[in-house]
Every structure is written in structure tokens, then in C-alpha cells.
Design a protein around this ligand. Structure first.
Ligand SMILES: Nc1ncnc2c1ncn2[C@@H]1O[C@H](COP(=O)(O)OP(=O)(O)OP(=O)(O)O)[C@@H](O)[C@H]1O
Length: 303
């Protein structure tokens, strides 16, 4: 998809310059990117709220921009700014939305699950951001949709509500729904996603499972620190780099390497104060991708 908006002085802001993704039933597909990367715009195009300037969008085999009401009834949407009517009260509004569907989910069960009863009779405009988020999720779910679009579903939630929202998303996946969500939180993406699409300045720059993006088959790195003043010894050919007070070996490729390190320290009579073996996190992978993308952009802009 490509999409531009008219910016100041008649200029165009090219917000989407080549975003592609697909989402399967029974899976969570995540659009991950920094603020302003184009995630919400991509989601809005995918669900037919915006029309892309170029590219193709198919939602349940139809063009969502031209979609009839029957298609909309099969899709649940949770927007970032909630899009809820401010004067309505949460439970009454949820019941009203439920009444529009042939086979809605029980309103009482959803209200209980998402803790809506605490503020059931407060007008939506007086709710906190997190409370509105919970109402918006209930509204997205009440029609038992086949496809769920969730824009930043955990934004502004307290840890308990966040947990409930994660559980609900996992249940919907188990029910065979296609879930498309956006987030800039790597932790959420890592926890929930089957497939992650990394969006950077309006482009899809990488996609795959979290394990694929992290490169889980790559060896872990070792971070080790020693007591102050101790001069650590290293086996022949091993040259760690220093970072702060710690030593880092970027690739521990075998148990034998680890064994030779500890026996070298044993022979020298040195006991490390901390020793951590860890694989790359999604955050590391994401930061590496973002810096590659900005490098490519700089290279591309050179004459
Ligand atoms: N209706 C609009 N008119 C003009 N510019 C817009 C409009 N909607 C979005 N933009 C611009 O498009 C860019 C991408 O916005 P978008 O909301 O898609 O990003 P995002 O990745 O969802 O960011 P965030 O994580 O902050 O929600 C931003 O620079 C934004 O200002």
C-alpha cells in the first residue's frame, strides 16, 4: 500500500511508501514500529476506513473500501482514540452494539471479564484512557468477529488489565480468529505475535516470527564482570570487548568454549561476580533493523 496526506503549503506527506502484510486465521499478526511509522494508517487502510493511493487490500476476499455491511459485521475494530460516543454509558452502549449482531457474545460476560461494571453508568467522556480502552475492546469483540483489528490494544492499561487483554487476544487466536494488532512495545510484540511486520518510515522493512527476526539460531552472547581490581585471564584466541565494567563475548558457539573460559578463571583463581549468557532480544533485532534502514535511507539520498 502507498498513502499520502496533504501536508502544509500544498505539499504531500508520503506516510505509506510500501507497506505489505498478510494475516492468517488463528494467528496474531503484529505491525511493529516507532511512533509515526505508519502503523495506524496501514490498519485504517486494511479495514477500509482509509483508501490507499496505491496497492491492493483484500479483507475476507473483498475490497474493504467498497465493502458491504455484511463484511463489516465480520470484522471487529479497536481504534487508538477509541472512537466511542462520548455521551453514552459503557454498558448501555455495549448492549446496543450487541443488539446489531445476529449472534453477539453475552454482554454480561464481556463486561465482567474486562471489568466494565465498575464504571458501567459513567459517561464514556469521563472515563480514564485505560477504561476507554477496555470498553473499546469489548465493543470490538461483542459481534464475535472473524477478524480483529486492534490498534495499540495495551496502551495505557494497568498491569492487571493488560494481562486480561493478553489472555483475551490469546483466546481469540485459539478460536481461529485472525488478529491484526499494532504496537510500539517490543515486549508485547514478543509475547503475542505469530508474525511480526516491522514498519519503518512507511515501509515494511522485515517480517517473520519473533524467533526468525531475533535470529534464534544465532549463538548467545556472554556478559561477565569480575571483582574490582581483578585482571581476568582469557583462553588463547578469545578477545572479549569491554563495555562499562563488563566483558562481552558476542558469540559463545559451544559448551567447550564456556568450559575453557571457566577453567582459565579457575587456574587463575578468579571468580566472576556476574555471568550472563543471553540470546538477542527482539529489541536488539529491532534496533539493528532501524539503524540498517536509516543507513540505507542515507545512502539512497546521496548523489
Ligand atoms: N489524517 C491524516 N492527515 C495528515 N497526516 C496524517 C494523518 N494520519 C496520520 N498522519 C501522519 O502520518 C504519519 C503516520 O501516522 P500513523 O498514525 O500511521 O503512525 P503510527 O505508526 O500508528 O504511530 P503511533 O505509534 O504514534 O500511533 C504521522 O506522521 C502522522 O502525522
Amino acid at each position: 500500500m502507498t498513502k499520502s496526506f496533504r501536508a502544509a503549503a500544498g505539499r504531500h506527506q508520503h506516510v505509506l511508501q510500501g507497506v505489505s502484510f498478510s494475516a492468517e486465521a488463528g494467528a496474531v499478526t503484529t505491525l511493529l514500529g516507532t511512533n509515526g511509522a505508519g502503523k495506524s494508517t496501514s490498519l485504517a487502510c486494511a479495514q477500509g476506513l482509509l483508501r490507499p493511493d496505491g496497492g491492493t487490500v483484500r479483507l475476507l476476499d473483498q475490497d474493504p473500501w467498497l465493502a458491504p455491511a455484511q463484511l463489516r459485521a465480520r470484522v471487529g475494530v479497536m481504534l487508538q482514540d477509541s472512537g466511542l460516543p462520548p455521551a453514552q454509558k459503557p454498558l448501555a452502549y455495549l448492549s446496543h452494539v450487541a443488539s446489531l449482531y445476529a449472534q453477539p457474545r453475552p454482554v454480561a460476560e464481556l463486561a465482567e471479564r474486562l471489568g466494565l461494571n465498575e464504571f458501567a453508568r459513567t459517561p464514556i467522556r469521563r472515563l480514564s484512557g485505560g477504561q476507554k480502552q477496555r470498553v473499546a475492546l469489548a465493543v470490538a469483540l461483542v459481534g464475535s468477529p472473524e477478524v480483529l483489528f486492534l490498534d495499540e490494544p495495551s496502551a495505557g492499561l494497568d498491569p492487571q488489565s493488560r494481562q486480561v487483554v493478553f489472555e483475551i487476544i490469546e483466546e481469540e487466536r485459539a478460536r481461529g480468529r485472525a488478529i491484526v494488532l499494532t504496537t510500539h512495545l517490543l515486549e508485547d510484540a514478543e509475547r503475542l505475535s505469530d508474525t511480526v511486520y516491522v514498519i519503518d518510515r512507511g515501509r515494511t522493512v522485515a517480517h517473520g516470527s519473533v524467533a526468525e527476526l531475533i535470529g534464534n539460531d544465532s549463538p548467545p552472547s556472554l556478559t561477565v564482570s569480575f571483582p574490582e581490581g581483578a585482571e581476568p585471564a582469557w583462553p588463547a584466541g578469545v578477545t572479549p570487548r569491554r563495555e562499562g565494567g563488563a566483558y562481552i563475548l558476542d558469540a559463545v558457539t559451544s559448551p567447550a568454549l564456556l568450559a575453557s573460559l571457566t577453567s582459565t578463571w579457575e587456574a587463575a583463581g578468579i571468580l566472576p561476580v556476574s555471568l550472563r549468557l543471553e540470546r538477542r532480544s527482539l529489541e536488539d533485532a529491532f534496533l539493528a533493523l532501524a539503524s540498517e534502514a536509516s543507513h540505507d535511507l542515507l545512502e539512497g539520498s546521496r548523489p
